[in-house]
Design a protein around this ligand. Structure first.
Ligand code: 6PG
Length: 466
Protein backbone atom coordinates (compact mmCIF):
# COMPACT_ATOMS: atom_id res chain seq x y z
CA UNK A 1 0.00 0.00 0.00
CA UNK A 2 1.41 3.41 -0.96
CA UNK A 3 1.81 5.55 2.12
CA UNK A 4 5.22 7.17 1.89
CA UNK A 5 5.67 10.63 0.39
CA UNK A 6 9.23 9.78 -0.59
CA UNK A 7 11.68 6.85 -0.60
CA UNK A 8 15.37 6.65 0.27
CA UNK A 9 17.93 4.03 -0.71
CA UNK A 10 21.18 3.70 1.24
CA UNK A 11 21.16 4.00 5.01
CA UNK A 12 24.82 4.81 5.59
CA UNK A 13 25.68 7.68 7.90
CA UNK A 14 24.45 10.41 5.54
CA UNK A 15 21.45 8.49 4.22
CA UNK A 16 20.21 7.60 7.69
CA UNK A 17 20.59 11.19 8.90
CA UNK A 18 18.77 12.55 5.86
CA UNK A 19 15.94 10.04 6.23
CA UNK A 20 15.40 11.05 9.86
CA UNK A 21 15.46 14.73 8.88
CA UNK A 22 12.79 14.11 6.22
CA UNK A 23 10.63 12.13 8.66
CA UNK A 24 11.02 14.80 11.32
CA UNK A 25 9.74 17.47 8.92
CA UNK A 26 6.52 15.50 8.58
CA UNK A 27 7.09 13.46 5.41
CA UNK A 28 6.47 9.73 5.71
CA UNK A 29 9.50 8.01 4.20
CA UNK A 30 10.10 4.48 2.93
CA UNK A 31 13.67 3.27 3.35
CA UNK A 32 15.70 0.40 1.95
CA UNK A 33 19.28 -0.71 2.38
CA UNK A 34 20.79 -3.65 0.53
CA UNK A 35 21.66 -5.19 3.90
CA UNK A 36 18.25 -5.97 5.40
CA UNK A 37 19.60 -5.85 8.94
CA UNK A 38 20.65 -2.21 8.43
CA UNK A 39 17.13 -1.29 7.33
CA UNK A 40 15.59 -3.16 10.25
CA UNK A 41 17.91 -1.55 12.79
CA UNK A 42 17.35 1.92 11.34
CA UNK A 43 13.57 1.59 11.71
CA UNK A 44 13.92 0.10 15.19
CA UNK A 45 16.06 3.03 16.31
CA UNK A 46 13.94 5.77 14.74
CA UNK A 47 12.35 6.47 18.15
CA UNK A 48 9.51 8.99 18.01
CA UNK A 49 9.92 9.23 14.23
CA UNK A 50 9.24 5.51 13.75
CA UNK A 51 5.57 6.02 12.76
CA UNK A 52 6.78 8.00 9.74
CA UNK A 53 9.44 5.46 8.74
CA UNK A 54 8.45 2.53 6.53
CA UNK A 55 11.22 -0.07 6.33
CA UNK A 56 11.22 -2.09 3.10
CA UNK A 57 12.69 -5.57 2.91
CA UNK A 58 13.16 -5.46 -0.86
CA UNK A 59 13.53 -2.87 -3.59
CA UNK A 60 10.11 -3.91 -4.89
CA UNK A 61 8.59 -3.33 -1.47
CA UNK A 62 10.22 0.09 -1.30
CA UNK A 63 8.75 1.10 -4.65
CA UNK A 64 5.33 -0.24 -3.66
CA UNK A 65 5.35 1.79 -0.44
CA UNK A 66 5.76 5.19 -2.13
CA UNK A 67 2.83 7.30 -3.33
CA UNK A 68 2.69 7.93 -7.11
CA UNK A 69 4.33 9.66 -8.85
CA UNK A 70 7.20 8.32 -6.77
CA UNK A 71 10.28 10.16 -5.61
CA UNK A 72 13.32 8.16 -4.50
CA UNK A 73 16.53 9.59 -3.10
CA UNK A 74 19.72 7.60 -3.71
CA UNK A 75 22.32 7.89 -0.96
CA UNK A 76 24.78 5.32 -2.23
CA UNK A 77 28.51 5.73 -2.97
CA UNK A 78 29.22 7.79 -6.08
CA UNK A 79 30.18 5.97 -9.27
CA UNK A 80 29.26 2.42 -10.25
CA UNK A 81 26.93 1.88 -7.29
CA UNK A 82 24.68 4.67 -8.61
CA UNK A 83 24.55 3.16 -12.11
CA UNK A 84 23.81 -0.27 -10.63
CA UNK A 85 20.99 1.17 -8.52
CA UNK A 86 19.50 3.07 -11.47
CA UNK A 87 19.57 -0.18 -13.50
CA UNK A 88 17.86 -2.06 -10.68
CA UNK A 89 15.15 0.59 -10.40
CA UNK A 90 14.49 0.87 -14.14
CA UNK A 91 12.05 -2.07 -14.46
CA UNK A 92 10.21 -1.08 -11.27
CA UNK A 93 9.49 2.58 -11.97
CA UNK A 94 7.19 4.51 -14.28
CA UNK A 95 8.10 7.37 -16.59
CA UNK A 96 6.96 10.12 -14.24
CA UNK A 97 8.67 8.67 -11.17
CA UNK A 98 11.69 10.67 -10.06
CA UNK A 99 15.06 9.43 -8.83
CA UNK A 100 17.45 11.84 -7.10
CA UNK A 101 21.15 11.04 -6.86
CA UNK A 102 22.09 12.89 -3.67
CA UNK A 103 25.62 11.53 -3.34
CA UNK A 104 28.89 13.31 -4.15
CA UNK A 105 28.66 12.37 -7.83
CA UNK A 106 31.07 13.53 -10.49
CA UNK A 107 28.93 16.03 -12.42
CA UNK A 108 30.09 14.46 -15.70
CA UNK A 109 28.41 11.24 -14.56
CA UNK A 110 25.25 13.17 -13.74
CA UNK A 111 25.31 14.76 -17.20
CA UNK A 112 25.86 11.33 -18.76
CA UNK A 113 22.96 9.79 -16.83
CA UNK A 114 20.75 12.73 -17.69
CA UNK A 115 21.57 12.42 -21.38
CA UNK A 116 21.29 8.62 -21.41
CA UNK A 117 17.52 8.86 -21.41
CA UNK A 118 16.65 7.00 -18.21
CA UNK A 119 13.15 5.51 -18.17
CA UNK A 120 12.18 7.84 -15.28
CA UNK A 121 12.79 11.45 -14.23
CA UNK A 122 16.22 12.20 -12.75
CA UNK A 123 17.82 14.90 -10.62
CA UNK A 124 21.42 15.25 -9.43
CA UNK A 125 21.69 16.85 -6.04
CA UNK A 126 24.68 18.01 -4.02
CA UNK A 127 24.14 17.88 -0.28
CA UNK A 128 26.58 19.46 2.13
CA UNK A 129 26.89 19.60 5.88
CA UNK A 130 28.18 16.23 6.94
CA UNK A 131 26.11 13.99 9.21
CA UNK A 132 24.96 16.84 11.43
CA UNK A 133 23.83 18.86 8.43
CA UNK A 134 22.01 15.94 6.85
CA UNK A 135 20.18 15.33 10.12
CA UNK A 136 19.27 18.90 11.06
CA UNK A 137 19.63 21.05 7.94
CA UNK A 138 22.05 20.69 5.02
CA UNK A 139 22.67 23.02 2.10
CA UNK A 140 21.12 21.53 -1.02
CA UNK A 141 22.23 22.16 -4.60
CA UNK A 142 19.87 20.65 -7.17
CA UNK A 143 20.44 19.96 -10.84
CA UNK A 144 17.92 18.86 -13.47
CA UNK A 145 14.66 19.98 -15.02
CA UNK A 146 12.89 22.85 -13.24
CA UNK A 147 9.61 20.89 -13.13
CA UNK A 148 11.33 17.99 -11.33
CA UNK A 149 12.96 20.32 -8.83
CA UNK A 150 9.60 22.03 -8.21
CA UNK A 151 8.11 18.65 -7.39
CA UNK A 152 10.57 17.98 -4.59
CA UNK A 153 11.18 21.58 -3.54
CA UNK A 154 8.65 21.41 -0.65
CA UNK A 155 10.60 18.51 0.90
CA UNK A 156 14.02 20.00 0.14
CA UNK A 157 13.24 23.44 1.49
CA UNK A 158 11.68 21.88 4.61
CA UNK A 159 14.76 19.82 5.44
CA UNK A 160 17.39 22.40 4.42
CA UNK A 161 19.28 24.72 6.72
CA UNK A 162 17.97 28.28 7.09
CA UNK A 163 20.12 31.34 6.68
CA UNK A 164 19.91 34.18 9.22
CA UNK A 165 17.16 35.85 7.20
CA UNK A 166 15.14 32.62 7.30
CA UNK A 167 15.70 31.68 3.66
CA UNK A 168 16.11 27.94 3.09
CA UNK A 169 19.53 26.92 1.78
CA UNK A 170 18.16 24.78 -1.03
CA UNK A 171 17.84 25.72 -4.68
CA UNK A 172 17.98 24.40 -8.20
CA UNK A 173 21.29 25.42 -9.67
CA UNK A 174 20.56 24.53 -13.29
CA UNK A 175 20.16 21.61 -15.66
CA UNK A 176 21.55 18.08 -15.31
CA UNK A 177 24.95 18.09 -13.56
CA UNK A 178 24.77 21.73 -12.40
CA UNK A 179 23.96 20.82 -8.79
CA UNK A 180 26.81 18.35 -8.52
CA UNK A 181 29.11 20.82 -10.26
CA UNK A 182 28.36 23.52 -7.69
CA UNK A 183 28.80 20.96 -4.88
CA UNK A 184 32.16 19.99 -6.39
CA UNK A 185 33.37 23.61 -6.36
CA UNK A 186 32.02 23.91 -2.81
CA UNK A 187 34.29 21.02 -1.88
CA UNK A 188 37.25 22.58 -3.67
CA UNK A 189 36.71 25.73 -1.63
CA UNK A 190 36.30 23.53 1.47
CA UNK A 191 39.77 22.07 0.80
CA UNK A 192 41.23 25.57 0.36
CA UNK A 193 39.58 27.03 3.47
CA UNK A 194 40.85 24.07 5.50
CA UNK A 195 44.35 24.33 4.04
CA UNK A 196 44.67 28.06 4.75
CA UNK A 197 43.53 27.53 8.34
CA UNK A 198 46.06 24.68 8.62
CA UNK A 199 48.80 26.96 7.28
CA UNK A 200 48.21 29.65 9.93
CA UNK A 201 47.94 26.86 12.51
CA UNK A 202 51.40 25.70 11.37
CA UNK A 203 52.81 29.23 11.73
CA UNK A 204 51.40 29.48 15.25
CA UNK A 205 52.62 26.00 16.24
CA UNK A 206 56.03 25.88 14.59
CA UNK A 207 56.87 29.55 14.04
CA UNK A 208 55.43 31.16 17.17
CA UNK A 209 55.76 28.15 19.46
CA UNK A 210 52.13 28.24 20.63
CA UNK A 211 50.45 25.30 22.34
CA UNK A 212 47.21 23.93 20.94
CA UNK A 213 45.10 25.50 23.70
CA UNK A 214 46.52 28.96 22.95
CA UNK A 215 45.87 28.39 19.25
CA UNK A 216 42.34 27.34 20.10
CA UNK A 217 41.70 30.60 21.93
CA UNK A 218 42.97 32.55 18.93
CA UNK A 219 40.67 30.63 16.56
CA UNK A 220 37.82 31.23 18.95
CA UNK A 221 38.52 34.96 18.90
CA UNK A 222 38.60 35.00 15.10
CA UNK A 223 35.29 33.19 15.01
CA UNK A 224 33.71 36.24 16.63
CA UNK A 225 34.83 38.50 13.77
CA UNK A 226 34.92 38.65 9.98
CA UNK A 227 36.22 35.06 9.84
CA UNK A 228 33.18 33.72 11.67
CA UNK A 229 32.59 30.35 10.02
CA UNK A 230 31.98 26.69 10.71
CA UNK A 231 35.54 25.71 9.76
CA UNK A 232 37.17 28.26 12.10
CA UNK A 233 34.72 27.24 14.81
CA UNK A 234 35.62 23.56 14.53
CA UNK A 235 39.31 24.44 14.32
CA UNK A 236 38.91 26.08 17.75
CA UNK A 237 37.12 22.95 18.97
CA UNK A 238 39.64 20.42 17.69
CA UNK A 239 42.64 22.38 19.00
CA UNK A 240 40.97 22.61 22.43
CA UNK A 241 40.18 18.90 22.62
CA UNK A 242 42.27 16.50 24.70
CA UNK A 243 43.12 12.93 23.80
CA UNK A 244 41.35 10.61 26.27
CA UNK A 245 44.22 8.10 25.95
CA UNK A 246 47.22 10.32 26.63
CA UNK A 247 45.85 13.65 27.82
CA UNK A 248 47.74 15.38 24.99
CA UNK A 249 46.12 17.98 22.74
CA UNK A 250 44.22 16.06 20.06
CA UNK A 251 45.99 17.60 17.02
CA UNK A 252 49.32 16.58 18.56
CA UNK A 253 48.44 12.87 18.38
CA UNK A 254 47.07 12.85 14.82
CA UNK A 255 49.23 11.79 11.85
CA UNK A 256 49.65 14.67 9.36
CA UNK A 257 48.44 12.75 6.32
CA UNK A 258 45.19 14.16 4.88
CA UNK A 259 42.62 11.88 3.31
CA UNK A 260 40.53 12.82 0.30
CA UNK A 261 37.70 11.30 -1.64
CA UNK A 262 38.37 13.22 -4.82
CA UNK A 263 36.00 16.18 -5.10
CA UNK A 264 38.79 18.73 -4.51
CA UNK A 265 40.88 17.02 -7.17
CA UNK A 266 37.93 17.06 -9.58
CA UNK A 267 37.59 20.81 -9.02
CA UNK A 268 41.25 21.37 -9.88
CA UNK A 269 41.02 19.17 -12.99
CA UNK A 270 37.82 20.83 -14.17
CA UNK A 271 39.28 24.29 -13.62
CA UNK A 272 42.08 23.38 -16.02
CA UNK A 273 39.56 22.34 -18.65
CA UNK A 274 37.68 25.60 -18.16
CA UNK A 275 40.91 27.67 -18.21
CA UNK A 276 39.74 29.04 -14.86
CA UNK A 277 42.56 30.04 -12.49
CA UNK A 278 41.90 28.61 -9.01
CA UNK A 279 45.45 28.45 -7.60
CA UNK A 280 44.38 28.45 -3.94
CA UNK A 281 42.24 25.34 -4.44
CA UNK A 282 44.93 23.70 -6.58
CA UNK A 283 47.49 24.40 -3.85
CA UNK A 284 45.19 22.83 -1.27
CA UNK A 285 44.82 19.67 -3.36
CA UNK A 286 48.58 19.58 -3.93
CA UNK A 287 49.18 19.98 -0.19
CA UNK A 288 46.96 16.97 0.57
CA UNK A 289 48.90 14.96 -2.00
CA UNK A 290 52.25 15.98 -0.51
CA UNK A 291 50.94 15.22 2.98
CA UNK A 292 50.39 11.62 1.90
CA UNK A 293 54.07 11.14 1.00
CA UNK A 294 55.28 10.49 4.50
CA UNK A 295 58.36 8.45 3.61
CA UNK A 296 59.61 11.00 1.09
CA UNK A 297 59.03 13.81 3.58
CA UNK A 298 61.01 11.90 6.20
CA UNK A 299 63.83 11.43 3.71
CA UNK A 300 63.64 15.12 2.78
CA UNK A 301 63.90 16.20 6.38
CA UNK A 302 66.79 13.78 7.00
CA UNK A 303 68.72 15.17 4.01
CA UNK A 304 67.91 18.89 4.17
CA UNK A 305 66.82 19.46 7.79
CA UNK A 306 63.42 20.63 8.99
CA UNK A 307 62.36 23.86 7.29
CA UNK A 308 60.08 25.68 9.66
CA UNK A 309 61.96 27.95 12.06
CA UNK A 310 60.93 30.67 14.50
CA UNK A 311 58.76 33.35 12.98
CA UNK A 312 57.67 36.44 14.93
CA UNK A 313 54.14 37.12 13.79
CA UNK A 314 51.15 38.57 15.62
CA UNK A 315 47.83 36.70 15.67
CA UNK A 316 46.18 39.86 14.32
CA UNK A 317 48.37 39.69 11.21
CA UNK A 318 47.48 36.02 10.74
CA UNK A 319 43.80 36.87 11.04
CA UNK A 320 44.09 39.54 8.36
CA UNK A 321 46.11 37.18 6.15
CA UNK A 322 43.39 34.57 6.45
CA UNK A 323 40.72 37.16 5.62
CA UNK A 324 42.63 38.14 2.48
CA UNK A 325 43.30 34.52 1.50
CA UNK A 326 39.66 33.62 1.95
CA UNK A 327 38.41 36.45 -0.25
CA UNK A 328 40.93 35.59 -2.97
CA UNK A 329 39.99 31.91 -2.84
CA UNK A 330 36.24 32.56 -3.10
CA UNK A 331 36.82 35.09 -5.88
CA UNK A 332 38.57 32.30 -7.80
CA UNK A 333 35.87 29.75 -7.00
CA UNK A 334 33.00 31.99 -8.07
CA UNK A 335 34.88 32.98 -11.23
CA UNK A 336 35.27 29.27 -12.03
CA UNK A 337 31.52 28.78 -11.58
CA UNK A 338 30.95 31.73 -13.91
CA UNK A 339 33.27 30.15 -16.48
CA UNK A 340 31.39 26.85 -16.24
CA UNK A 341 28.10 28.63 -16.64
CA UNK A 342 29.27 30.19 -19.89
CA UNK A 343 30.94 27.03 -21.12
CA UNK A 344 28.09 24.61 -20.32
CA UNK A 345 25.22 27.03 -21.02
CA UNK A 346 23.87 26.67 -17.49
CA UNK A 347 23.11 30.28 -16.47
CA UNK A 348 24.30 29.55 -12.94
CA UNK A 349 23.12 32.20 -10.51
CA UNK A 350 26.22 33.22 -8.53
CA UNK A 351 24.46 35.30 -5.83
CA UNK A 352 22.01 32.45 -5.30
CA UNK A 353 24.88 29.99 -4.90
CA UNK A 354 26.47 32.24 -2.27
CA UNK A 355 23.09 32.43 -0.51
CA UNK A 356 22.69 28.63 -0.51
CA UNK A 357 26.16 28.30 1.03
CA UNK A 358 25.38 30.70 3.89
CA UNK A 359 24.13 27.96 6.21
CA UNK A 360 24.12 24.19 6.55
CA UNK A 361 27.19 23.44 4.45
CA UNK A 362 30.79 22.92 5.53
CA UNK A 363 31.98 26.29 4.16
CA UNK A 364 29.16 28.28 5.75
CA UNK A 365 30.33 31.63 7.02
CA UNK A 366 29.23 35.14 7.79
CA UNK A 367 31.28 36.42 4.86
CA UNK A 368 29.04 34.56 2.41
CA UNK A 369 26.24 37.04 3.23
CA UNK A 370 28.44 39.85 1.95
CA UNK A 371 29.55 37.77 -1.01
CA UNK A 372 25.93 37.14 -1.98
CA UNK A 373 25.27 40.90 -1.87
CA UNK A 374 28.42 41.77 -3.81
CA UNK A 375 27.67 39.16 -6.48
CA UNK A 376 24.10 40.40 -6.76
CA UNK A 377 25.41 43.90 -7.58
CA UNK A 378 27.24 42.51 -10.61
CA UNK A 379 27.59 38.73 -11.04
CA UNK A 380 30.03 39.17 -13.94
CA UNK A 381 32.55 41.21 -11.94
CA UNK A 382 35.35 39.44 -10.12
CA UNK A 383 34.60 39.48 -6.41
CA UNK A 384 37.88 41.25 -5.59
CA UNK A 385 36.60 44.27 -7.54
CA UNK A 386 33.35 44.57 -5.57
CA UNK A 387 33.84 47.75 -3.47
CA UNK A 388 33.11 45.98 -0.16
CA UNK A 389 35.72 43.28 -0.79
CA UNK A 390 38.20 45.61 -2.50
CA UNK A 391 38.26 47.64 0.73
CA UNK A 392 38.72 44.53 2.86
CA UNK A 393 41.57 43.51 0.56
CA UNK A 394 43.15 46.97 0.87
CA UNK A 395 43.19 46.50 4.64
CA UNK A 396 44.20 42.83 4.76
CA UNK A 397 46.70 42.52 1.93
CA UNK A 398 49.70 44.01 3.75
CA UNK A 399 49.25 41.35 6.41
CA UNK A 400 48.98 38.55 3.83
CA UNK A 401 52.16 39.81 2.19
CA UNK A 402 53.94 40.05 5.54
CA UNK A 403 52.78 36.62 6.73
CA UNK A 404 53.67 34.90 3.45
CA UNK A 405 57.06 36.58 3.07
CA UNK A 406 58.12 36.13 6.70
CA UNK A 407 56.74 32.62 6.81
CA UNK A 408 58.48 31.58 3.61
CA UNK A 409 61.73 33.23 4.72
CA UNK A 410 61.56 31.15 7.90
CA UNK A 411 60.94 27.96 5.88
CA UNK A 412 57.21 27.45 6.47
CA UNK A 413 55.26 25.82 3.64
CA UNK A 414 52.33 28.14 2.86
CA UNK A 415 51.14 26.90 -0.53
CA UNK A 416 47.55 28.12 -0.40
CA UNK A 417 48.16 31.55 1.14
CA UNK A 418 51.14 32.15 -1.16
CA UNK A 419 49.15 31.05 -4.22
CA UNK A 420 46.44 33.54 -3.34
CA UNK A 421 49.00 36.31 -3.07
CA UNK A 422 50.65 35.36 -6.39
CA UNK A 423 47.29 35.37 -8.13
CA UNK A 424 46.38 38.73 -6.63
CA UNK A 425 49.63 40.28 -7.80
CA UNK A 426 49.02 38.94 -11.29
CA UNK A 427 45.46 40.20 -11.24
CA UNK A 428 46.55 43.74 -10.55
CA UNK A 429 49.35 43.80 -13.11
CA UNK A 430 48.02 45.31 -16.31
CA UNK A 431 51.21 44.56 -18.22
CA UNK A 432 52.63 41.19 -17.25
CA UNK A 433 55.33 39.03 -18.77
CA UNK A 434 53.39 36.87 -21.23
CA UNK A 435 54.81 39.06 -24.00
CA UNK A 436 58.03 37.12 -23.56
CA UNK A 437 56.15 33.79 -23.67
CA UNK A 438 54.57 34.93 -26.94
CA UNK A 439 57.96 35.87 -28.37
CA UNK A 440 59.36 32.47 -27.37
CA UNK A 441 56.39 30.67 -28.90
CA UNK A 442 56.81 32.60 -32.10
CA UNK A 443 60.56 31.95 -32.13
CA UNK A 444 60.36 28.19 -31.88
CA UNK A 445 56.99 27.54 -33.46
CA UNK A 446 56.02 30.59 -35.55
CA UNK A 447 52.85 30.77 -33.45
CA UNK A 448 52.48 34.52 -33.97
CA UNK A 449 51.64 37.28 -31.50
CA UNK A 450 49.56 40.42 -31.20
CA UNK A 451 51.41 43.75 -31.17
CA UNK A 452 50.72 46.68 -28.89
CA UNK A 453 51.12 49.27 -31.64
CA UNK A 454 48.71 47.87 -34.24
CA UNK A 455 51.40 47.26 -36.90
CA UNK A 456 50.21 44.31 -38.98
CA UNK A 457 53.10 41.94 -38.38
CA UNK A 458 52.48 38.83 -36.26
CA UNK A 459 56.07 37.60 -36.21
CA UNK A 460 59.46 38.63 -34.85
CA UNK A 461 62.65 39.06 -36.86
CA UNK A 462 63.70 35.45 -36.21
CA UNK A 463 62.31 33.92 -39.36
CA UNK A 464 58.70 32.89 -38.56
CA UNK A 465 55.92 33.46 -41.12
CA UNK A 466 52.21 32.66 -41.31
C1 6PG B 1 30.17 18.25 2.74
C2 6PG B 1 31.53 17.64 2.53
C3 6PG B 1 31.46 16.19 2.24
C4 6PG B 1 32.80 15.58 1.93
C5 6PG B 1 33.70 15.48 3.10
C6 6PG B 1 34.98 14.68 2.87
O1 6PG B 1 29.94 19.24 2.07
O2 6PG B 1 29.41 17.77 3.57
O3 6PG B 1 32.14 18.28 1.45
O4 6PG B 1 30.61 16.05 1.13
O5 6PG B 1 32.59 14.30 1.44
O6 6PG B 1 34.03 16.75 3.53
O7 6PG B 1 35.67 15.09 1.75
P1 6PG B 1 37.17 14.59 1.54
O8 6PG B 1 37.24 13.17 2.00
O9 6PG B 1 37.47 14.70 0.09
O10 6PG B 1 38.01 15.49 2.40
Amino acid sequence: MAQARIGLIGLGTMGAALALNIAEKGFPIAVWNRTTEVTRRFAAEAGPLAPRVIPAGTLEALVAAIARPRTIILMVPAGEAVDAQLDALAPLLEADDLVIDAGNADFHDTNRRDEAGLPFRFLGMGISGGEEGARHGPAIMGGGAAADWDRVAPVMTAIAARAEDGAPCAARMGDAGAGHFVKMVHNGIEYADMQMIAEVYGLMRDGMGLEATAISRIFEGWNGGILSSYLVEISAAVTAARDPHTGAAMPDVILDRAGQKGTGRWTAIEAQHLLAPIPVIEAAVMARNVSARLDERDAGQARFGAGAGPCALEPAALEQALIAGKILCYAQGFAMIGAASDSFGWTLDLPQIARVWRAGCIIRSTMLNDMAEALAEDPGRNLILAPFFAELIDRAMPALRQVVSQGIAAGHPLPALASGLMWFDMMRTARGTANLIQAQRDFFGAHGFERLDGIADRHGPWGGTD
